[in-house]
Design a protein around this ligand. Structure first.
Ligand SMILES: Nc1ncnc2c1ncn2[C@@H]1O[C@H](COP(=O)(O)OP(=O)(O)OP(=O)(O)O)[C@@H](O)[C@H]1O
Length: 293
């Protein structure tokens, strides 16, 4: 990074600190699901965030997804489990436009046909994806990473690198607090622990205010304490965002589902079972294909 950029970054950080002081810390943010809908925006009025219907994806005749149907509600936190090769990644690839299915439909809200959109358009309308490995800008500070994530949003790109608005500074401050990195605002991302990098990347996704977050094995490689904090973070996001969490760590799934939420078990490209974690753990078919191994 050039000295100029460093100075500019330090100035913006200072600007944020002054702003925080005048407003007396970060406040709450109202859920964004209830606002009026424009024609090209997803409509969540019916309470469904994502609906996959009869999705089939074949690779050289092999069905990675086989008539998969799944619905995720607005604000829901859904864990998806399943053995290796069940089709979890392929499902996320379809939702985010990376893979086109051979058949079926994928709808965001009740009006947006995801299969007609390219990957970047899908990200712009409010679907964020977190891959397993953290991808943050290692040379930049926590604050600068979040600032850059703001720039990925078309609506604010034009104003960036001038002075951030009060609202933008508030949002960076809120997100840093959510991901427990306020004290590390100035720290170079490359020096963060693995868990902190994962949180920072989640924070970068949150800067774009996604309605639906897809999280692929978010706690892989984390310490027990980091895993616990990640569960707290996801539980605090539930309600304001829909979250789809693909995970192998059953203890983490138990924390997230709190004994009552629905878990989906995928196997051979389709839903094998749905229910509470204890329901699916008691399901004989599930035991045979996955949990009992
Ligand atoms: N591009 C591809 N070409 C051929 N086969 C593929 C391709 N992508 C996925 N598959 C196959 O489709 C099946 C589903 O893979 P997928 O990665 O979606 O499973 P998964 O549930 O995410 O597995 P894991 O838990 O191991 O990540 C697997 O058998 C995989 O080998």
């Amino acid at each position: 990074m050039t000295p100029d950029l460093q100075t500019a970054g330090a100035e913006r950080l200072q600007h944020w600190r002054e702003h925080e002081q005048t407003r007396g810390g970060s406040g709450g943010r109202s859920a964004s699901f209830g606002r009026p809908v424009r024609g090209d925006e997803p409509d969540f009025a019916h309470g469904v965030a994502l609906y996959l219907d009869d999705i089939t994806v074949s690779f050289d005749g092999f069905r990675a997804l086989n008539a998969l149907s799944l619905a995720i509600n607005v604000g829901e936190l859904r864990c998806i489990i399943g053995p290796n090769g069940a089709g979890k990644t392929t499902m996320m690839d379809v939702i985010t436009g990376k893979t086109r299915p051979d058949a079926g439909s994928a709808t965001f809200g009740q009006n947006i046909d995801l299969l007609r959109l390219r990957e970047n358009a899908i990200a712009q309308i409010g679907i964020g994806r977190k891959f397993q490995k953290p991808t943050v800008y290692e040379q930049l500070s926590v604050f600068e990473n979040l600032e850059l994530a703001l720039a990925a949003d078309r609506r604010v790109r034009a104003s960036l690198f001038s002075r951030l608005s009060g609202e933008q500074l508030d949002r960076i401050g809120e997100v840093m607090a959510l991901i427990h990195l306020t004290a590390q605002a100035q720290r170079t991302a490359g020096l963060l622990s693995h868990g902190q990098k994962q949180w920072l990347e989640i924070g970068m996704l949150l800067m774009q205010d996604p309605k639906l977050l897809l999280l692929d094995e978010p706690v892989a490689g984390m310490t027990d304490e980091e895993t616990e904090r990640t569960a707290e973070l996801f539980l605090s996001l539930e309600g304001q965002h829909s979250l789809v969490v693909v995970e192998h760590d059953m203890k983490f799934v138990e924390q997230l589902t709190e004994g009552w939420k629905k878990v989906t078990v995928l196997h051979e490209g389709r839903v094998l079972a749905e229910g509470t974690l204890s329901d699916v753990q008691a399901n004989q078919q599930v035991v045979e294909v996955y949990l009992g191994r």
